[in-house]
Write a protein that binds this ligand. Structure first.
Ligand code: NAD
Ligand code: UD1
Length: 339
């Protein structure tokens, strides 16, 4: 039997595909490469010593999914495919609801028709909207999302909850990622954003390598220890391991489950810049600017439910995250186009 990984060519997907291959799983990747390079999977195959089966195609293509499930013996799906740029989602809401919501509905319908019962879905801490208090537990209030990207993740969670009630044979999991960062320790695979990065760590990395002149710090008047935003950064390899544990756990279970994947620790923007400077030995100039609209002051997880249920906890600390990001960025200054 094989595991279907949608969006397996992307940042989190490629690291997870590598871990699955290392565990001797058979992997089928479906990706349309709208935000990924096929190079990532070539490098994954090099690291694993074996390759996934790669299908180039769209998760919204119902006929393709029907063929895929008829051709490959799939027993579980890890569903990363989606669009993830918050600002773009405000400008192009239909594209985001089409891919993130409708694409998931198409996938679920094809899974049901093929008798495939296990799904792990990439949700996000964004479903908590403006947190009432931190740390966030899975029982914290969700909704109140402020952009179509976040709303699409929240909507899919409602769909999964309803489907689990109607189809009691299904095991549907939503993993709420906090802030994924870092790269495989080999420096061979990592995050390769198209254009100017939206997220903090890739931005800092591009300043450190000399591609961008300075970091803009969005707000230093938040009610946090140094006034800058605080987030729960989590190493992408810990995240990949979290998927393997969730898959193991859901194999002999049914119903809808939600787990936070975070470290339970928050770091401020200035702490991130300082740590990057220390570990890369590079100068990281920054300028202060007003808050970014839609940003929250602080957000970190209570990761204890995953520790108890999944026997999973993050094991890599901030220095690991930054060292591995820097190795990837300095060895691949142009991302996957470097080679
Ligand atoms: P990514 O953009 O690197 O990966 C997404 C992958 O999906 C890409 O390979 C892209 O080419 C593919 N894809 C997009 N639309 C597709 C379509 N219609 N059909 C087939 N493939 C398609 O993003 P990522 O950071 O690896 O994120 C993976 C998932 O995790 C996404 O669903 C994202 O929303 C979610 N997530 C990411 C973060 C984060 O900060 N990176 C945080 C929380 C949740
Ligand atoms: C953003 C998204 C969120 C998504 C998450 C992970 C927004 C409003 N939210 O969250 O939906 O789930 O990424 O992909 O975009 N910062 C700077 N300068 C920068 C970039 C960021 O100061 O150039 C600050 C931010 O204000 C924040 C912190 O760094 O305090 C982290 O930002 P970012 O990496 O974009 O993640 P989130 O804001 O948590």
């Amino acid at each position: 039997m094989a595991i279907l990984v949608t969006g397996g060519g992307g940042y989190i997907g490629s690291h997870t595909v590598l871990r699955l291959l290392e565990q001797q799983e058979e992997v089928v990747v479906l990706d349309n490469f709208v935000n990924a390079s096929p190079q990532a999977l070539t490098r994954v195959a090099g690291l694993a010593g074996r390759a996934p089966h790669v299908i180039e195609g769209d998760v919204c293509d119902a006929a393709l999914l029907t063929r895929l499930f008829a051709t490959h013996r799939i027993d579980a799906v890890i569903h990363f495919a989606g669009l993830k740029a918050v600002g773009e989602s405000v400008r192009e809401p239909l594209a985001y609801y089409q891919v993130n919501l409708s694409g998931t509905l198409t996938l679920l319908a094809a899974m049901r028709a093929a008798g495939v019962h296990h799904l792990i879905f990439s949700s996000s801490a964004t479903v908590y909207g403006q947190p009432e208090q931190v740390p966030l537990t899975e029982a914290s209030r969700t909704g109140g999302t402020t952009n179509p990207y976040g709303t699409s993740k929240w909507m899919v969670e409602q769909v999964l909850r309803d489907l689990a009630l109607a189809a009691p044979e299904m095991a549907l999991v939503a993993l709420r990622y906090f802030n994924p960062v870092g790269a495989h320790p080999s420096g061979r695979i990592g995050e390769d954003p198209r254009g100017t990065p939206n997220n903090l760590l890739p931005y800092i990395a591009q300043v450190a390598v000399g591609k961008l002149p300075s970091v803009t710090v969005f707000g230093n008047d938040y009610p946090t220890p140094d006034g800058t935003g605080v987030r729960d950064y989590i190493h992408v390899m810990d995240l990949a391991d979290g998927h393997l544990q969730a898959l193991r756990h859901s194999r002999d279970r049914t119903g809808f489950s939600v787990w936070n994947l975070g470290t339970g620790r928050g770091h401020s923007v200035l702490e991130m810049i300082d740590a990057f400077r220390r570990l890369s030995g590079r100068d990281i100039p920054y300028t202060l600017a007003p808050r970014r609209p839609g940003d929250i002051a602080e957000c970190w997880s209570d990761p204890s439910r995953a520790a108890v249920d999944l026997k999973w906890s993050a094991t890599r600390d901030l220095d690991d995250m930054i060292r591995d990001t820097w190795r990837w960025q300095s060895q691949n200054p142009q991302g996957y186009s470097s080679e």
